[in-house]
Design a protein around this ligand. Structure first.
Ligand code: F6R
Length: 261
């Protein structure tokens, strides 16, 4: 696992956007796995700026959703489909046809999960999966004690995650759904490159446990240790609990530029 410590969220966003641009130059029809929440916004902003300046062509890229609330209509402003439309598709100038995601309002949720797994497979799999991390170590909405081999399925959010996400629902936890469809940890591990971005002191303990702790279902992000190409980009505040921070800094400073992330 490579850990890159950056001074701030904006720098992290630019670094990851550059990695996405490099991927798209190699493979213009790449499948980009995208996360929602606050953390990835600097990535999407930096990528949109590169599209506007002509530094990258995303016109053939496809965008795959990581997770979705169960029970919110697709056109609800806080459904992750709507959020990703606003934050990723529109700024990148991508059509809805480029989007892959599970149907959170399906009456048959297990069938919707299976259909999404099949759609990812048919698209050739995810080339680069961008991840955030919950303060409890979740990735996607795989809460603690999720199977490390899990596939796309329904999960129940912890009370803490619902409290954390209430800010998107007028601060009213009662409006935050209890259930979600999420790519499983086993599904996420099939992506060819995992890039986790974590910023802010509230993520420091989860980052330390994921990077330097044991691989354990109690900390879902620790599964990244099992992936042959996993990159963790953290700002100084999120890196505060890392014992190997100096080693990670030195390794990245000495890295040949041609390697990219
Ligand atoms: C959402 C997702 C979650 C978030 C995590 C952190 O699609 O995958 O794992 O990445 O809850 O959220 P923020 O970035 O808002 O702190």
């Amino acid at each position: 696992m490579e850990v890159v410590i950056v001074p701030d969220a904006k720098t992290g966003g630019e670094l990851i956007a550059e990695a996405i641009a490099r991927l798209l130059r190699r493979n213009p029809a790449a499948v980009l796995g995208v996360a929602t929440g606050s953390t990835p916004l600097p990535v999407y902003q930096a990528l949109a700026a590169m599209v506007r300046s002509g530094a990258v062509d995303v016109s053939r890229a496809r965008v795959a959703q990581l997770d979705e609330y169960v029970g919110l209509p697709a056109d609800h402003p806080e459904s992750y489909r709507s959020v990703l439309g606003r934050e990723v598709l529109e700024p990148l100038g991508l059509d809805k046809k480029a989007f892959l995601g599970p149907d959170g309002s399906a009456s048959d949720v297990p069938a919707a999960c299976e259909a999404y797994e099949a759609a990812l497979e048919a698209a050739g799999g995810v080339d680069l999966q961008l991840l955030g991390i919950g303060s409890d170590g979740h990735i996607g909405f795989n809460e603690p004690c999720s199977s490390l081999a899990s596939r796309t399925r329904i999960k129940t959010l912890t009370e803490q995650t619902r409290i954390d996400n209430a800010r998107f629902f007028d601060g009213d936890i009662a409006q935050v759904p209890h259930h979600v469809i999420t790519q499983g940890i086993g599904t996420i591990l099939r992506a060819r490159h995992l890039v986790l971005l974590a910023t802010g002191a509230a993520k420091a303990a989860a980052v330390a446990a994921s990077v330097e702790g044991p691989v354990a279902a109690v900390c879902p992000a620790s599964a990244l240790q099992l992936h042959p190409h996993a990159t963790v980009v953290v700002d100084e505040a999120a890196a505060a609990g890392l014992n190997f921070a100096d080693y990670f800094r030195q390794t990245y400073a000495d890295k040949p530029a041609w390697q990219g992330l």
